[in-house]
Design a protein around this ligand. Structure first.
Ligand code: MIC
Ligand code: SF4
Length: 648
């Protein structure tokens, strides 16, 4: 039987387990990278393991999220991340070097390899033909400590591409928006999307990376493209031809499912507030007013994206009613467009140039005004994520964004009466690695510097046989980690300080949550009730650590998003699923729930009787933990589990 690309890479990296969908599999990992907002915890956890040096072939510590330096906190984190990387043999990418995913694609991603990143958009590397998976910080730390990475073998779905994009008006962003329209934010849960078919040849590596990047919004474990001549061309252009290997699915490869997409039939698309799958054609929204446009982020920051935007803006002026912000994703791209005078074209048109960082995408500045419409070439438009609760955020391609900025409102770019030259992929990129500090052999003189805001990692107690706790909040479907643990310039600096960040849990949904949870902690703690796809979105483990710190013992939901489920387990919070989803209404905020016989249930069928003591009724909930996960839950989380297994 022929193999698909995922099977080929997994087989070459298999440490244990079977490659059959649904069973646990351990993989040897080639590369691990962290970013600053999740990285401080990751590296503190790595330090807690007591190892001298990372045990993976390549580790990189990036700084790209927490870039506003309003006080000592973010810069203190940066110096910690620099010194801790130096101490333990990791590369360090300095602030200003760019967004981790864009820089990693340019500098390190290689076909056939496996990479983990402490950020949900790590699948960007899939555009290069690598398996790149977003994980929580503690998972990354244990892999850097030498453990294989364990995951439940996902189903592999083929996305079969035919035809060619109608360039320049239709872009890779429109392709992934169309995929999201069809499959929704839960369409990829438990799956890897493997792209194939003759249409693949039409897309270059950075276009493929846009698609795999935003594949995260499908809830997919990752997405991957083959490695072919176009991959070789890009790798040669970025000075890494020797990293190229060919990678293709066998002709008779098997897939669990197939989705057909004709690139030629795709139109300019746009995601409406407040979900990346709320997608319609741009045409259908023509005439909608626009107040702010943001171009960049890890989704659309390639040289191609920036050059196209610059040519659209050249000789024109941003409309009177629009603010245009541009954050090129990497220093490499920024340097190239500046050298070629393209930055001048942007500035002349009225663009506000930001540094190479996440910026407005995570509410680190650039928030829209009250009730304003912001159109962004980014990947997430969850309510409040921009920093403004009542802003209306849309997601569209950089081309559509630039056209909207000029026209002052939404217009189908094909009908805007603007002309732009066809893009030719550069055969040589500007190579300047001066902001990537390589690891040193002798690290004995390195002193790790920790500012006063960097606090030790909290650890939960081992599981008890009974959870008797209060329902703190009942939530609907598709609750995001931004809902659970908001980001933005006010909260992000506390990523290294769990007691402080815990005060913001669910702040945008219920500002009394943190106080109520703390009170309930003394009475046995709290339970959260969720709908489908609970915890979708980012990889931030703070959405588990902070609730754990506040005494949350279990989450009972209809279903969970992959990374968040792992993060809950890693911090000892029991993820339970309603046996009958219709029982969802049987537990309301304020009810007291008792879940007894936990050890017997864990060891048996993993079915739990939940008694609602307030309402005098019961219902069943189940867990789907594998043997390692059961052990982690018993110990109170992955850190105590790892310590015990290391004999510490
Ligand atoms: C995001 O896009 O939501 C983030 C901020 O990059 C997160 C990581 C984080 O919360 O630090 C992600 O995508 O995982
Ligand atoms: Fe940064 Fe936004 Fe990409 Fe997250 S999605 S890594 S915040 S640019």
């Amino acid at each position: 039987m022929g193999k698909n690309i995922v099977e080929k890479i997994f087989e070459a990296h298999r440490a244990y387990g079977e490659l059959s969908a649904g069973s646990p599999i351990g993989l040897k990992v080639d590369q691990v990278y962290t970013q600053d907002a999740t990285g401080t915890m990751t590296w503190l956890q790595f330090e807690a393991m007591g190892l001298d040096r990372v045990k993976v072939p390549l580790a990189v510590s990036y700084v790209d999220h927490n870039m506003l330096q309003q006080n000592f906190m973010n810069p203190d984190d940066h110096i910690f991340l620099q010194t801790v990387a130096a101490k333990h043999g990791a590369y360090f990418s300095k602030p200003g070097n760019g967004i981790c995913h864009q820089v990693h694609l340019e500098q390190f991603a290689a076909p056939g390899k496996i990479a983990l990143g402490t950020d949900s958009h790590t699948p960007t590397g899939g555009g290069m033909g690598m398996i790149a998976i977003g994980v929580g910080g503690l998972d990354a730390a244990t892999v850097m400590g030498g453990s294989p990475f364990e995951l439940t073998m996902p189903k592999v779905v083929k996305i079969n591409l035919t035809g060619k994009l109608n360039r320049p008006w239709v872009t890779a962003m429109d392709v992934i928006l169309e995929v999201l329209r069809r499959l929704t934010v839960k369409g990829g849960v438990g799956k890897i999307m493997e792209y194939g078919g003759p249409g693949v040849r039409d897309l270059n590596v950075t276009e493929r990376a846009t698609i795999t990047n935003m594949g995260a919004e499908l809830g997919a474990t990752t997405s991957i493209f083959p490695s072919d001549k176009r991959t070789k061309f890009y790798l040669t252009a970025v000075g890494r031809a020797s990293d190229w290997v060919e990678l293709a699915a066998d002709r008779n490869a098997r897939y669990e499912d197939k989705v057909d997409i004709d690139l030629g039939s795709i139109e300019p698309m746009i995601a409406q507030p407040h979900s990346p799958d709320n997608v319609v054609t741009v045409k259908s929204l023509a005439g909608t007013k626009v107040d702010q446009v943001c171009i960049g982020s890890c989704t659309n920051s390639s040289y191609q994206a920036m050059k196209t935007v610059a040519s659209l803006l050249k000789g024109r002026t941003v409309a009177e009613n629009v603010n245009l912000l541009i954050n090129p994703g990497s220093k490499q791209v920024y340097e190239m467009i500046s050298k070629e005078g393209l930055t001048s074209d942007m500035i002349a048109a009225g663009a506000r140039m930001l540094e190479s960082s996440c910026g407005p995408c995570i509410g680190m500045g650039g928030a829209p005004g009250s009730g304003q419409v912001s159109v962004r070439s980014y990947n997430r438009n969850f309510k409040g994520r921009s920093g403004t609760k009542d802003a209306l955020v849309y997601l569209a391609s950089p081309v559509s964004c630039a056209v909207f900025a000029i026209k002052g409102g939404m217009t189908d770019p094909r009908e805007a009466g603007i002309d732009v030259k066809a893009f030719k992929e550069p055969s040589k990129y500007l190579i300047n690695r001066n902001f990537i500090i390589p690891p040193k052999e002798d690290t004995s003189s390195v002193r790790v510097i920790k500012g006063p805001n960097i606090k030790e990692v909290s650890v939960k107690e081992p599981l008890k046989d009974t959870i008797a706790a209060e329902v703190l909040l009942t939530l609907g479907d598709n609750i995001t980690t931004d809902d659970i643990m908001p980001a933005g310039s006010k909260v992000l600096p506390f990523r290294s300080n769990i007691p402080a960040i815990s005060e913001f849990v669910f702040e945008n949904i219920d500002s009394t949550f943190s106080k109520r949870a703390q009170e309930a902690k003394a009475r046995g703690g709290g339970i959260l009730i969720g709908g489908e796809n609970y915890g979708q979105g980012s990889s931030r483990e703070h959405a588990a650590i902070a609730p754990m710190f506040l005494g949350v013992q279990a989450v009972i939901a209809k279903s969970f998003a992959r990374i968040h489920r792992s993060n809950l387990i890693n911090f000892g919070i029991l993820p339970l699923v309603f046996d009958n989803p219709e029982d969802y209404g049987k537990a309301e905020t304020g009810d007291r729930l008792v879940i007894g016989n936990l050890f017997a249930s864990l060891d048996g069928w993993q079915m739990y009787v939940v008694e609602n003591a307030t309402k005098g009724l019961t219902f069943n909930a189940k867990s789907t933990l594998n043997s390692r996960e059961k052990e982690i839950i018993r110990k109170g989380g992955l850190l105590p589990y790892t310590r015990e297994h290391a004999g510490a």
